[in-house]
Design a protein around this ligand. Structure first.
Ligand SMILES: [Zn+2]
Ligand SMILES: [Zn+2]
Ligand SMILES: [Zn+2]
Ligand SMILES: [Zn+2]
Ligand SMILES: [Zn+2]
Ligand SMILES: [Zn+2]
Length: 586
């Protein structure tokens, strides 16, 4: 108990000392519109309304105090809570189960417990919940428990006040132009300044979020740790942005992002970063003597840098210069080797000039053609839609198994009914006879007669039991039947089932018909009821396209244009006329 209460006691002492120094009364544990009760310099004890109380089974009550020898639980009541002190003896402990991290006790059985007084410390201020004729219902806070207690008006050492002590003190301070802010009394001017500053910070935060989000939407984020992310904006929640960088999605807090940058600045940093990577790639390609591809990346890098609107970034000029330098180097290298670029492909300059002068077109980045050499049928792709399946990749045909998606039912073979499985089509089932309970025999009252035992008797003259009846077999009687005259019961064949023990009853499943209704048709298993079946096209093997028959899949007719030109270059390269066009469909 002391262990748990000590911090509390200390906190009161510490609070009181601090506030005694600063003269600021503590804030009430709860605001009240009714008013507050104040205790004087003396501790008071509130006598409980009852001496003991019956705790019902399955009650779960919060722990108020826990000591090695007893436990105090709180029973919250709107008209005045009670404290129960329960000694830790086997009799009680066995009924109690600590729950909620030992913050509560679950009573597995009912018990009668004694109540104890509730202590109110000297100088404590209690918010009033409501005022009664003879007393007050006030709020009390102990160990994070806020509950209501009853304080009688006749209790000595209490006084009522409409306002709490803190508010009263604050009013006095206000006259001196002092306002409470986070444990300090400050001037109105200072308070306004603080408020203004807080508003400013909030505005800054909103502005930052707006800028960071806009930049993220353009694909870039810059973090405080100088990390630059390039990727895709995927969403926003409160102060966090969901960003996918390099295929990896993560939440980035606004606090993690770099401060003091607007959207254009963030985007420019991102683009310069991205351009830097392209430039690296371009340089590597240049070193590898892949001049066409090196130029492609250098140009990409240059274009990206030119998109940047924020010119203040010093890296921008450096990167632009580097990109231009690389382009120059590539061009110089090409010139030295008498080579030129066309569509980022390297050609000998005189060869390129020849083709361009002749208005040849570069086909698939590798060969030169006269424009009329391009295959009209396949538009140069070398592929046409498969004529057999019309480019579908499959051929549809009517289902050979059915006419309308249905076939004859395999269960009933179209009869419309099937044999009842419960009675095997008999219409009746056998049940144990109710009269003889399946034995086939019933006992009847009788005065005498011959008895034919249904169980063989060991030998005449010996006592045997039959169906629970002791039978004294007369020595004169010979097996298998004997006379008796002094038994009141005798067993005879059951008249209902004729001794079979079984009875025929109408089958409840088919109501005696032996048949159950069955649909005459079923969905065709071949086409699944769709009436058509699709099979992979034999011509294109499902690829939808076939090699163009006009150009044999090359995409052009004749031979590629050579440099230097040979004399008979164009003679045999005319595309086939309409009359000679071969059909691909057999
Ligand atoms: Zn079918
Ligand atoms: Zn059927
Ligand atoms: Zn049946
Ligand atoms: Zn029977
Ligand atoms: Zn096809
Ligand atoms: Zn073609």
């Amino acid at each position: 108990m002391l262990k748990k209460l000590l911090p509390y006691i200390f906190s009161i002492i510490i609070c009181n000392t601090i506030f005694a120094q600063s003269l600021t009364p503590p804030l009430p544990v709860k605001e009240s519109t009714e008013g507050y009760l104040n205790t004087s310099a003396k501790e008071i004890q509130l006598t409980p309304s009852v001496k003991n109380f019956f705790i019902t089974q399955q009650s779960e009550l919060p722990v108020y105090e826990d000591t090695p020898s007893y436990i105090v639980v709180l029973y919250e009541k709107d008209d005045g809570s009670l404290l129960f002190k329960i000694p830790k003896v086997i009799r009680y402990v066995s009924l109690m189960l600590m729950t909620d991290n030992s913050k509560k006790v679950l009573f597995r059985g009912a018990m009668e417990a004694d109540t104890i007084p509730i202590k109110i410390s000297a100088g404590e201020e209690l918010p009033v919940d409501r005022i009664l004729d003879d007393g007050y219902i006030v709020f009390l806070k102990r160990n994070n428990l806020l509950f209501k207690v009853y304080v009688s008006k006749s209790e000595t050492g209490i006084s009522f006040s409409k306002k709490n002590r803190f508010d009263k003190y604050a009013e006095e301070q206000k006259k001196k132009n002092l306002y409470y802010y986070k444990g300090e009394w400050i001037s109105k001017e200072k308070l306004d300044e603080i408020k203004k500053e807080a508003e400013l910070q909030e505005a800054k935060r909103k502005d930052k979020l707006k800028n960071v989000k806009a930049a993220a939407e353009e694909g870039y984020m810059v973090l405080k740790n100088s990390e630059i992310l390039e990727g895709r904006f995927n969403g926003i929640a409160k102060d966090q942005i969901l960003f996918n960088a390099g295929g990896f999605e993560r939440w980035i807090k606004l606090d993690e992002t770099a401060d003091g940058m607007n959207t254009a600045q963030i985007v420019s940093i991102g683009k310069i970063f991205s351009a830097g990577k392209m430039l690296e790639k371009a340089n590597a390609l240049y070193v590898n003597n892949e001049l066409g591809q090196a130029m492609r990346f250098a140009t990409k890098c240059n274009n990206l840098l030119k998109e940047i609107q924020d010119n203040s970034n010093p890296d921008l000029k450096a990167k632009l210069k580097a990109a231009e330098n690389l382009s120059d180097k590539i061009m110089k290298t090409l010139k030295a080797e008498n080579k030129s670029l066309y569509n980022y492909q390297v050609f000998k300059t005189d060869e390129l000039n020849y083709h361009l002068n002749e208005k040849h077109i570069l086909f698939r980045n590798s060969i030169w053609l006269k424009p009329e050499q391009l295959c009209i049928r396949c538009n140069g792709s070398g592929l046409i839609d498969c004529p057999v399946c019309n480019g579908l990749g499959y051929i549809s045909k009517h289902c050979p198994n059915c006419k309308n998606g249905f076939v004859q039912c395999t269960i009933c073979e179209g009869r419309g009914w099937r044999s009842c499985p419960q009675c095997n089509g008999n219409g009746y089932i056998m049940k144990k006879c109710g009269k003889c309970n399946g034995s086939g025999y019933v006992s009847v009252t009788s005065l005498g007669g011959y008895y034919r035992p249904y169980r063989p008797v060991v030998s005449p003259g010996v006592i045997a039991t039959s169906g629970g009846i002791v039978v004294n077999i007369p020595p004169t009687c010979y097996y298998p039947s004997y006379y008796y005259n002094d038994f009141s019961y005798r067993r005879v064949k059951c008249d209902i089932c004729g001794g079979t023990g079984q009875m025929q009853v109408t089958c409840p499943k088919c109501n005696g018909s032996g048949r159950l209704p069955c649909p005459k048709v079923q969905i065709c298993p071949v086409c699944g009821g769709k009436t058509i079946i699709n099979s992979v096209c034999n011509e294109c093997h499902g690829k939808k396209k076939i090699s163009c028959p006009d150009c044999e899949g090359k995409g052009y007719h004749g031979k590629a244009q050579q440099f230097p030109p040979t004399q008979k270059n164009n003679v045999e390269n005319q595309p086939p006329g309409k009359g000679t066009e071969k059909m691909s469909v057999p």
